[in-house]
Design a protein around this ligand. Structure first.
Ligand code: PLP
Length: 414
């Protein structure tokens, strides 16, 4: 048998809603030597990662640590540790990832009460609050930025409503953290999950999350049942025990506490990457980082529109890190995407379900979110669409984007 060829990875410009390009400094950190999981150098790296996470997630919560696995491992850890058999969970869903929350919550035994809205829109917080009053759920679980539709749900009012009614709010902020403002504490979010391969710009493989003591109390209560520290009849209804071992937050928090109770073996190399990725975010500064995301989004939109293409969805609730473009009539969207990849080495995304074949999704996240990438994408997209025999305003896309970048420079130099 012939041995396989040496790994060869072509250079790519990744403009999808994840995974995105990674700063070379993160990749370099990930090639550091392995440390044992109880090596003091490693455990202090764990502590420092928690510190950095609290800052990036804008929270004073004690618990802020990554779960090993991609974002959905974090979502599953949060939901299966909080939800018990028969709990009522309200899920206002405005895209595919609301569907993921539903799927996971149902597997945890929740009675899910779904609210739908048309893909491309978000909910009026008042409607969500009215529904909460009606069905009195234990948990409201929602997505902040749904990458499948490119919309962002305002959460502040819903968070306030949840707290007033003593309902837990759990949020999937996978697509928004470190790309746009996410105020965990100020918005009264009890449990929040993010992922590494979106705006954190670290390879996929960890799901940082945070939760407050309202959630910790549930974990401790369910754990004491497990250990038989409560009365016999409660013990008899052992259904309260957290059903997952790997994703049991009560065990994971013991591992991330000074006690370092052994659970899994921490993913050493991923933690180096996350540590360095968080460090770079804080070095750039959250506000500067959000401004960079806004600027590149603005340039991209200006370019798309000047070219003669149109945007999908309600613009008032556009997710700043994903831009959804209507595929022009008669064009095969997947053929455009493959040509972009094959001829230009640029990747953009299609979408799911009802939107597949209708829109392209262009991500501007993390390290991928830079002027050079936006200009290259606009120029290449124009060339490829022309190749698909659609009339465009030739040359205007890149010019409009350049106008945005240069007017920004003018503003800064006054
Ligand atoms: C990407 C994404 C996920 C899923 O992430 P994985 O890391 O692939 O598990 C969940 N929610 C949202 C909003 C996402 O954009």
């Amino acid at each position: 048998m012939q041995p396989s060829n040496r790994l060869h990875v072509p250079a790519r410009t990744i403009m999808t809603p994840g995974p995105v390009e990674v700063d070379p400094r993160v990749l370099q950190a990930m090639s550091s030597s392995i440390l044992g999981q109880f090596d003091p150098t490693f455990t202090s790296l764990m502590n420092e990662t928690m510190n950095q996470l609290r800052q990036v997630l804008q929270t004073d919560n004690h618990w802020a640590f990554p779960v090993d696995g991609t974002s959905r491992a974090g979502i599953e850890a949060m939901l299966c540790s909080v939800i018990e058999e028969g709990d009522v969970v309200l899920i206002p869903s405005f895209g595919r990832f609301g569907g993921l929350l539903t799927e996971i919550a149902e597997r945890c035994g929740a009675k899910v009460h779904l609210m739908h809205c048309e893909w491309g829109g978000v909910f009026d917080p008042k409607d969500v609050i009215a529904e909460m009053k009606k069905i009195q759920p234990k948990v409201v679980a929602m997505v902040h930025g749904d990458t499948s539709t490119g919309r962002m749900q305002p959460l502040e009012e819903i968070g306030r409503g949840c707290r007033e009614q003593d309902i837990l709010l759990i949020v999937d902020a996978v697509a928004t953290v470190a790309g746009t403002k996410v105020l965990t504490d100020e918005w009264n979010i009890d449990g929040l999950i993010t992922g590494t391969q979106k705006c954190l710009s670290v390879p996929a493989g960890m799901a940082p999350l945070t939760y407050n003591d309202r959630i910790e109390n549930i974990l401790l209560e369910r754990k004491s049942i497990e250990k038989g520290l409560v009365s016999q009849d409660q013990l008899a209804s052992n259904t309260r025990k957290i059903r997952s071992n790997y994703l049991d937050l009560s065990q994971l928090q013991d591992y991330w506490s000074p006690a370092r109770l052994n659970h899994h073996t921490e993913a050493t190399t991923m933690l180096y990457g996350l540590y360095e990725g968080l460090r770079l975010i804080l070095e750039e500064g959250l506000e500067n980082r959000f401004e960079r995301h806004r600027l590149n989004e603005r340039a991209l939109i200006a370019g798309i529109e000047a070219m003669g293409l149109t945007l999908f969805g309600d613009n008032a609730y556009k997710l700043p890190t994903v831009t959804c473009v209507n595929i022009p009539e008669g064009v095969n969207g997947d053929s455009v995407r493959s040509m972009l990849l094959e001829e230009f080495g640029i990747e953009i995304a299609s979408s799911f379900g009802p939107l597949h074949g209708k829109i392209w999704r262009i991500g501007t996240m993390g390290y991928s979110c830079q002027q050079r990438n936006v200009l290259l994408t606009l120029a290449s997209l124009e060339a490829v669409i022309l190749r698909h025999k659609v009339k465009l305003n030739v040359g205007e896309g890149v010019q409009a984007a350049l106008d945005v970048y240069q007017s920004k420079e003018r503003i800064e130099s006054v």
